[in-house]
Design a protein around this ligand. Structure first.
Ligand code: FAD
Length: 287
């Protein structure tokens, strides 16, 4: 199919982009990598009156180290993040997870901000943002606000962003000292969206778990942070028994869809298996 007719403007600055979005009054949409927006247009699932092309806004394309963590510009491509030496040093889980996003051609165009704003519950970026306690900066003509990832995702393809807001960057706080990670994903074919993905971060002191984070993608309307499962790990020695109990608790907290890609029961089973594997891999690195 072909999109409904729309007007196209290439913004020359962030200020111009936010002014154009405000002027559009909800009928204008930013165009970043176009890897999700263009299919939606082609299927006429959305019919915006105007596209604001933000791909020339170099100020939004960066990976920056700060005293407290990292800032990633909204226009930073998945492939840039996958290959960034800064990400590989400070947040290798993010660089690794990017290898699972679609195919190389998609990763060369798709952006971190576009993925967060598209808010596909099976996508890697929303799950990583939740796992890493990220804050998402939104700009509008009225100013700037930071939205915690836990408040950003409202449902499938739905976020807390107002129509006139432009995401400018993602702030990711530094992980606890000595933190290790695990990431497991299953898709039907290489490059497909995940049927389920699990990301974990662990830290330990004196042989006992001092920090535990578990997030899942593909098993609900939004990415899921498995808080009850995290609580089971804190203060424990991370052996197979406690890891299995936490993985089961993570799966129990999920509310997976039942569709042609997989039944809800299968996805819940995957949530337990992938969480257990991710936790076991991370725990091995703690030893
Ligand atoms: P666009 O498509 O340009 O925009 C997406 C939405 O976000 C639009 O509503 C747009 O208006 C809005 N938007 C974009 N940038 C901003 C901004 N800065 N501020 C406010 N709103 C903004 N993704 C995965 O995570 N995992 C996968 O396995 C995967 N597989 C894919 C396979 C195929 C075949 C395809 C075509 C895509 C796949 N994707 C996958 C999607 C891909 O990651 C997209 O890049 C991503 O979802 C959207 O990023 P984009 O930059 O292309 O955004």
């Amino acid at each position: 199919m072909k999109p409904a007719p729309f007007d196209y403007v290439a913004a020359r600055s962030v200020e111009e982009a936010t002014a154009l979005l405000a002027e559009g009054g909800g009928a204008a949409r930013p165009l970043a990598g176009g890897q999700s927006l263009v299919p939606l247009l082609n299927f006429r699932l959305i019919e915006p009156a105007r596209l604001i092309d933000i791909t020339r806004l170099r100020a939004l394309d960066h990976v920056t180290e700060t005293a407290h963590g990292l800032r990633i510009g909204a226009l930073t491509r998945h492939r840039t993040i996958e290959t960034s030496s800064i990400l590989r040093r400070h947040l290798p889980i993010v660089a690794h997870a990017m290898t699972q996003v679609g195919h190389l051609a998609i990763r060369n165009r798709g952006t971190a901000g576009g993925s967060l704003c598209h808010a596909d519950p099976a996508a890697e970026w929303p799950m990583l943002a939740l796992l890493l306690d990220a804050r998402i900066t939104a700009l509008s003509r009225e100013g700037r606000r930071a939205i915690a990832a836990r408040d950003f995702f409202r449902g499938p393809l739905s976020t807390a962003l107002a129509p006139a807001e432009l995401v400018s960057e993602i702030e990711i706080p530094a992980l606890p000292a000595g933190a290790v990670w695990g990431f497991e994903e299953l898709a039907r074919r290489a490059g497909d969206f995940a049927l389920c993905a699990a990301g974990v971060v662990l830290a330990a002191q004196n042989g006992r778990c001092s920090a535990a984070r578990i997030a899942l993608a593909g098993v609900g309307g939004t990415p899921l942070r498995a808080s009850a499962a995290e609580a089971l790990l804190l203060g424990e020695t991370l052996g197979p028994g406690v890891i299995a109990a936490a993985a089961d608790a993570a799966a129990a907290a999920s509310d997976p869809p039942d569709d042609l890609h997989g039944s809800a029961a299968y996805r819940r089973h995957l949530a337990a298996v992938l969480t257990r594997r991710a936790l076991a891999a991370a725990a091995r690195d703690l030893a």
